[in-house]
Design a protein around this ligand. Structure first.
Ligand SMILES: Cc1cc2nc3c(=O)[nH]c(=O)nc-3n(C[C@H](O)[C@H](O)[C@H](O)COP(=O)(O)O)c2cc1C
Length: 261
C-alpha cells in the first residue's frame, strides 16, 4: 500500500503523549498532519483514506484510555492502517492498548502496530521525571519507521493481526478522587477554562472546578501561566505514596507489530 501522509491524532493533557506521538510521526518519514483532540470543542479536520497512516495517541488514565478521546474519535469513521500509542507514568498501561485497538477497529482503522512508552507521571511528577529521554524519543522514531514500512509492505488480500496486552472486560473506570483547584495567585485569565478537555472549569469563574466533570488530567495545572492551580499538598502526598512502590521508572518501552493472516 503506497502511503501518502500520516495523521497524528492525540489527546495529551501535559504534552508527553504529544511529544511521543510526534516522534513516531517523524519516524514514518511521511508528511504529517496533526489533530489535537484534547480541546473540549475539538473537531476532526481530516478524512482518512487507505493511503493515510493514522497514529492514535493517548495517555493511560487508571489503566484505560480517557473517554473524551474515544468520544472525539467517533466523530469520523476511520480508514487505512493505524499505529496505536499510549504513554503511561511507569506504573502500568493495563487495558489501555486493548481498548484503543478495539475502538480503532470499530471505527474502521486497521491497527498494524502498537507501542507503550513511559513518560513522567502527570499526577506524581517526581515519578519518571526524566522520561521521555532522548533515547525514548529515538525508540519512538524507530517504531514509526518500522510501522510505516510494515504498512507499505502489506498485501491488500491479507489482514494484519495485532496482539496487544490487556484484558476485556477492561478494568472499571476509577475516577481519581482529587481535582485541581486554584489558589490566590489565580488572575482569572481563563486559559484553564479554555483548555480543559471536559469543560470542568467555568469560563466566568476560572478559579472554580466542577469536581463531577473533572477527569483530573492535570491540563489546567500544566497550562496555568501563574502556577495557580494544583491538587493539594496532602492529596499529592497520598497519591505519591500510594503509587510510588508500584512504579518502575526505568522500565523499557514496549512495541508490537502485526502479523499477516
Ligand atoms: C488521572 C490520571 C490517571 C493516571 N493513571 C495512570 C495509570 O493507570 N498508570 C500509569 O502508569 N500512569 C498513569 N497516569 C500517568 C499518565 O499516564 C502519564 O503521565 C502520561 O504520560 C500523561 O500524558 P500527557 O502528558 O499526554 O497528559 C495517570 C495520570 C493521570 C492524570
Amino acid at each position: 500500500m503506497q502511503l501518502k501522509r500520516v495523521q497524528l491524532i492525540y489527546f495529551s493533557a501535559t504534552e508527553k503523549t504529544k511529544c511521543i506521538g510526534q516522534a513516531v510521526a517523524k519516524g514514518t518519514g511521511l508528511p504529517v498532519q496533526e489533530w489535537d483532540a484534547t480541546a473540549q470543542r475539538a473537531s476532526n479536520p481530516f478524512e482518512s483514506d487507505v493511503q493515510t497512516l493514522t497514529i492514535l495517541a493517548a495517555p493511560v488514565f487508571v489503566g484505560r484510555i480517557p473517554q473524551p478521546f474515544l468520544q472525539r474519535l467517533q466523530q469520523k469513521k476511520g480508514n487505512g492502517p493505524a499505529i496505536l500509542v499510549v504513554t503511561y507514568g511507569a506504573r502500568a498501561s493495563e487495558d489501555a492498548l486493548l481498548e484503543l485497538k478495539k475502538e480503532a477497529s470499530k471505527l474502521g482503522y486497521l491497527p498494524i502496530a502498537a507501542g507503550e512508552f513511559v513518560a513522567q507521571h502527570s499526577m506524581a511528577c517526581t515519578i519518571a521525571e526524566h522520561r521521555p529521554t532522548e533515547q525514548d524519543l529515538k525508540e519512538a522514531e524507530e517504531f514509526g519507521r518500522k510501522a510505516a514500512l510494515l504498512a507499505q509492505a502489506m498485501p491488500k488480500d491479507r489482514l494484519p493481526v495485532l496482539e496487544v496486552p490487556g484484558q476485556d472486560p477492561y478494568r472499571s473506570h476509577n475516577k481519581v478522587a482529587f481535582a485541581p483547584t486554584a489558589n490566590k495567585n489565580c488572575v482569572e485569565c481563563g486559559r484553564c477554562a479554555d483548555r480543559c478537555p471536559v469543560g470542568a472549569i467555568p469560563a466566568e469563574h476560572p478559579n472554580k472546578t466542577d469536581k463531577q466533570k473533572c477527569i483530573s488530567c492535570m491540563r489546567c495545572v500544566f497550562v496555568c501561566p501563574m502556577q495557580a492551580r494544583s491538587i493539594g499538598f496532602v492529596e499529592k502526598q497520598l497519591i505519591y505514596h500510594k503509587i510510588r512502590k508500584l512504579c518502575d521508572e526505568n522500565q523499557p518501552n514496549r512495541m508490537w507489530f502485526a502479523e499477516l493472516q
